[in-house]
Design a binder for this molecule. Sequence first.
Ligand SMILES: Cc1cc2nc3c(=O)[nH]c(=O)nc-3n(C[C@H](O)[C@H](O)[C@H](O)COP(=O)(O)O)c2cc1C
Length: 161
Amino acid sequence: MIKAIIYNSNTGHTFRYADMLSKKLNVPCYSLKEANKFLNKNDEVIYLSWICAGRITKVNKVKNKYNIKGYGVVGAYPADTEYIKTVEKANNLNVPLFYLRGGIDYNKLKGIKRKIVQMVGKVLEKANSDNQELINIFKNGADFVNEKNLDEIVSYIRKEL
Ligand SMILES: Cc1cc2nc3c(=O)[nH]c(=O)nc-3n(C[C@H](O)[C@H](O)[C@H](O)COP(=O)(O)O)c2cc1C
């Protein structure tokens, strides 16, 4: 039985998904720090975290500690099947991954992370990418968090776990 949702969020999109999921499933959600206090080794959990350069952030902090039954990964890119497969492969996972589209929040992005995201926007623009939507997202920010995006992970948890 799933004991909790553990989340790692930098600017809040992942937290919002974790909070919604927690309410839908009626299980608590904890940040990584809180998880140390409230959970035991090998407890069954769902891990929600944001993607940085194709990698699920802080996954090594949970992988060998808890029994992860599924991943919710939050990124700014569109929920494209090929892209999701690439993320799955790059992170070497043995349980299902569900992609949850987050966004870019320039009000909360700070330091080097902010600079990297701005740079990606500029690179996309310079490369004359025909994906104007993506250029706008990286230049101006966007918010795609939506409860509907949780449908697949919710039905997986309800059916399989
Ligand atoms: C340094 C950096 C690298 C990122 N790399 C990716 C990426 O490879 N793929 C992606 O889809 N989103 C990427 N993003 C976007 C974040 O995953 C997205 O903003 C997410 O919603 C952040 O979640 P949070 O608000 O919970 O921190 C990147 C963001 C930053 C700051």
